[in-house]
Design a protein around this ligand. Sequence first.
Ligand code: TXA
Ligand code: MG
Length: 304
Amino acid sequence: METRVLPFTDDSIAEAARVILAGEPVAVPTETVYGLAADAADAEAVARIYDAKKRPSFNPLIVHVPDLAAARRMGQFDAEALALARRHWPGPLTLVVPLRKDANIASLVTAGLPTVGLRVPDHSAMQELLRACGRPLAAPSANASGSISPTRAAHVMKSLGGRIPLVIDGGATVRGIESTIVAATGGPLRLLRRGPIEIAAAPASGTRIEAPGQLTSHYAPTKPLRLKARSAESDEYLIGFADIEGDANLSRAGDLVEAASRLFDLLHRADASSKARIAVAPLPDEGLGAAINDRLRRASAGRK
Ligand code: TXA
Ligand code: MG
């Protein structure tokens, strides 16, 4: 793939919006670092973010919105979250809040979690792109997995050149580090990532299981999960892939972008089914397949 680099202008933002609405990710500056943005409602477009980054696992992505009103259509804000949003938005603060049931966001964006990370960026390129697209944009930092976050278009090109169709060059970012992340999901505020904005909140305690009713940092089904299954036992819901049909299929065509886009929906569906256990057909351990297998292995660990 040839990667175009266009300077930030009205025309290049219109072009970026066309590319995004056609289902491809675009790198765009924010005030913190460059983000790799895709339509948050389009699961396959979001899968292409992970594919381009060669991320070996699925982490929840930050959803960018133009203002607080748009954020409140995606997530539930309690009084504390509202106060932080009013004080710091637009700006380098991401708020993790409960996801609204009527929010139109692909489950791959939140990696299956019932919470969503929301941010109103303070940069005219990302703001204009959001308004041109007319929808929320999921965007992690625009770098390949394992390399540092890009603060210039040249950094994006070095890391993702040839893997994405378009980079909007808005010069060096002013903050240079990723946003502060705070969770407001009930109980005291928790600091998930330090960043440009200082927030008085206790750091979150890693992946430790928290008090009942609170959320762990990764979604996993509650039922035992068996990997590399070629057929289902009588008490199993089989998630198929390619020619292993199953009760539902990640991708009959064997397409890993489609499989990634359906992963969390099908895990939730299997968890809600009448069957006591879940089985998943084998997937190739390459590209997005490796990220899918990583999530499935974690979901199966300790539940056999
Ligand atoms: O400054 C930034 O935040 C940049 C620009 C592009 O906006 N974005 C960024 O995204 O740094 P990323 O994907 O590199 O980091 C997102 C992190 C995830 O790894 C996760 O820790 C946290 O945000 N996150 C997002 N949604 C979450 C959720 N529902 N629950 C817990 N953590 C979440
Ligand atoms: Mg990152």
